[in-house]
Design a protein around this ligand. Structure first.
Ligand code: TMP
Ligand code: ASP
Length: 264
């Protein structure tokens, strides 16, 4: 698989073309941003951790019948994925009120929601990804009604599966963001919806069940410190990083496969 030219660079990832038209490489950067790019930093090791965590989660979802863009992880920072046409909507699911929901509507932080709350945001950096109604999606033809119906069903199921995955390792899934895309299914000769992008502590709020300690990007947003340590904790609990591993000791420049150095 040859890596070709850069097709797109986002805030946390880069997409490269490959010698196969339908496949691209997704590269995870260490860059962290918040508040629509107003706050920026490089968090050493974040890209490696998100690559590994997202691979683990998408693989688990795929084993439960969710179609995803992931083909395989290639190395420490890169995955081979299907080249999907991304639907320009951020699909947000909330199980507990916090973040922009609490701020916008004055709902007390930590309020448990009776059932998952779905929100839709228009993916447009220049506008700060505004919250929209479902009707806007159809009015401006960002996706078809059948597509959104299918996505809503997938999102509901993913929420159940993710809650189970995290609850099993002592983590509450507070909220998260998903993205979907269209890929061409050659056998069926039609386009189909796949889960795209990533699922990682950058795109989820994850709280420790007992202490409610934040194990996600809120550590960066709110200047809580120990960002990489929190992401590492998530990876360790998911069983994808040996107990004794300390990611800050990995030589990121040279590492091409997932070999973490053991702490002495
Ligand atoms: P919010 O409370 O800031 O709206 O965030 C809701 C969830 O969506 C939270 O888990 C973080 C995630 N999210 C992203 O992944 N990307 C984004 O650009 C935003 C605003 C939120
Ligand atoms: N990803 C968004 C940004 O860069 C917002 C966020 O995750 O808080 O600004």
């Amino acid at each position: 698989m040859n890596k070709g030219k850069k097709l797109y660079e986002g805030k946390a990832k880069i997409i490269y073309e490959t010698n196969e038209k339908d496949l691209v490489i997704q590269h995870f950067k260490d860059d962290a941003t918040a508040f629509n790019n107003l706050k920026k930093a490089s968090v050493e090791g974040k890209g490696v951790l998100n690559n590994r965590i997202s691979e683990h989660i998408l693989t688990s979802l795929s084993q439960c019948g969710i179609k995803t863009h992931l083909i395989k992880r290639l190395n420490m920072r890169e995955q081979l994925i299907k080249h999907a046409e991304i639907i320009p909507i951020e699909f947000i699911v909330r199980n507990i009120a916090t973040g922009s929901l609490s701020k916008r509507l004055g709902i007390a932080d930590g309020t448990i929601l009776e059932k998952p709350l779905f929100e839709y945001c228009y993916k447009k950096d220049e506008l700060g990804d505004p919250l929209i109604a479902k009707e806007h999606i159809f009015a401006f033809d960002w996706a078809k009604e059948e597509e959104i119906n299918e996505i809503d069903k997938m999102t509901f199921r993913i929420n159940d599966l993710l809650q189970g995955i995290f609850r099993g390792v002592g983590i509450k899934l507070v909220d998260f963001k998903l993205e979907y895309g269209r890929v061409w299914n050659k056998e069926k000769n039609k386009s189909e919806i796949v889960l795209a992008d990533e699922i990682s502590p950058d795109t989820c709020r994850l709280w420790d069940v007992k202490s409610e300690k934040k194990l996600d990007k809120d550590r960066f947003r709110k200047d809580l410190g120990n960002i990489v340590q929190a992401y590492q904790e998530v990876a360790r609990r998911l069983g994808i990083m040996p107990e004794e591993t300390n990611i800050s000791e990995v030589n990121f420049g040279k590492a091409t496969s997932l070999k973490f150095k053991k702490k002495k």
